[in-house]
Design a protein around this ligand. Structure first.
Ligand SMILES: [Zn+2]
Length: 454
């Protein structure tokens, strides 16, 4: 038996890792180098090919080749592992009658971190009482809360300079969104199983964010704001209060759509504050709205200050120009960010009169559980891909050199956010553990909406 033939009969064991939110793989006969990825079939193909190549190379170098341990059953075992892993990833427990009970610490943490109560974790027992629409809303809200937690955790890691951890969390988040697509539009059992699973994950992530069952350490202010934005019960009054507390002038920003607030709300406020601190006295927001799929923040930059009747000094007008540039960058970022959940992966512009950037998962979620609705897939096909020109960060460097090159504003978040958006659009393809991520040709990312040339 030659090396290639031997390697073709190795047994691969792929499994779904809930804490990593990715698939991991192992081989009985050979220790593969890259072991994690969000796409199970891709991971298997990739690992098989590299193991085969490496085995052949080792053979040429005169190293011993491991004999296949189960040449007859290897294909079958590999296939069964793959199927089981994919079922688990989609939240489909092989044994449908069993749902994990919520442990006391989980209940407590869910109560503190997400304001959830008894009815949330007993849902699986009361499933018959819930309408399709209610189930669907619960599933979607729970997902978005978990998604916001992963964004918050990644932002905290980034703030501490831990790029590796931030990206691992981002990749986990993308994998989570992909697994959501496996939920059938009318599959009540699976909707409940997934909601339960997200709740378990929320409890685990909440611990990492500082919510402890005994000693409650309040999370950092930016995290608290993202979680308030994600929670439909607190989105209005609670978020408004928190926004004003963070920055007294920022109250109107609480009206920002949920996905944008989760993704970059706290950073936007910090960056605006930096420009204000340069001497933009009397700065006030007139209006915050969403137009043509992008965020618009309007403020008073009239040459005459109507409160005093005096002409504004040139220096003030210059700073107002910097503020305008900063807001332009955030507006462009918003056109590439899902308005519902904050994802920047596989985002398209919704078709029809109302243009909004929406991600693949949210497009799917909208159709899930809707009676007589067209299949989610065709809805997604009708949506307009974003026109992908040059990467956002490079575009910003070319068009907003004055702002980004200003030595007084070195601490701005916006450049990092644009780079992160570029990497997320590419599915973190050339980063992390090195395995490239691929998706079908109809999923190419393009960007046409809202790009402003200045
Ligand atoms: Zn989304």
């Amino acid at each position: 038996m030659d090396a290639q033939e031997a390697a073709g009969l190795y047994t691969y064991r792929i499994r779904w890792s809930e804490p990593l939110l990715e698939y991991v793989i192992d081989c009985d006969e050979y220790t593969p180098h890259y072991v994690r990825h969000a796409d199970a079939e891709y991971l298997l193909d990739y690992t098989r090919n590299t193991v085969r190549e490496n085995t052949a190379r080792n053979h040429e170098d005169g190293l011993p080749i491991h004999r296949p341990e189960r040449p007859r059953q290897s294909a079958d075992i590999t296939r069964r592992c793959l199927e089981r892993a994919m079922m688990l990833a989609a939240g489909h427990e092989p044994d449908d009658s069993r749902t994990d009970e919520f442990r006391p610490w989980e209940r407590e943490v869910l109560g503190i971190a997400a304001g959830l109560g008894e009815e949330d974790w007993t849902m699986s027992r009361n499933m018959v009482e819930l309408s399709d629409a209610k189930l669907k809303t619960r599933l979607d809200d729970t997902f978005i809360m978990l998604h916001a937690m992963l964004i918050a955790e990644s932002a905290e890691a980034l703030a501490q300079g831990d790029m590796g951890q931030a990206e691992a969390l981002d990749r986990a988040r993308l994998a989570l969104g992909e697994s959501y697509l496996g939920i059938g539009p009318h599959d009540r059992r699976k909707m409940i199983a997934c909601t339960d699973r997200y709740l378990h994950l929320i409890a685990r992530r909440a611990l990492d964010l500082g919510f402890q069952p005994d000693v409650h350490i309040p999370p950092d202010e930016a995290t608290a704001m993202r979680l308030l934005a994600a929670d439909p019960r607190f989105r209005y009054a609670g978020l408004r209060r928190a926004t004003r507390r963070r920055r007294p002038w920022a109250g109107p920003l609480a009206d920002m759509p949920r996905g944008w607030m989760i993704r970059f709300g706290p950073e936007l406020m910090d960056d605006m504050q930096q420009v204000i601190d340069l001497g933009l006295r009397g700065f006030g927001i007139d209006q915050v709205k969403e137009k043509w799929g992008g965020l618009r923040v309007l403020f008073d930059d009239d040459p005459i200050d109507w409160t005093t009747g005096l002409e504004r000094p040139a220096r003030w007008m210059d700073l107002a120009g910097l503020m305008r540039e900063l807001l332009d960058l955030y507006e462009t970022l918003s056109t590439c960010t899902c308005i519902r959940c904050g994802s920047q992966y596989r985002v398209r512009a919704s078709a029809g009169r109302w243009i909004e950037p929406v991600c693949r998962r949210c497009a799917h979620a909208r159709a899930t559980g809707r009676r007589g609705a067209p299949p989610a897939k065709s809805e997604w096909k009708r949506m307009r891909p974003l026109d992908c020109g040059e990467p956002l960060a490079a575009w910003a460097d070319g068009n907003h050199a004055r702002l980004l090159g200003d030595g007084r504003l070195r601490g701005l978040h916006i450049r990092t956010l644009l780079e992160q958006c570029d990497r997320e659009q590419a599915g973190y393809a050339d980063t992390g553990n090195g395995t490239p991520q691929s998706h079908g040709p109809d999923e190419t990312q393009d960007r046409t909406i809202g790009r402003k040339e200045s």
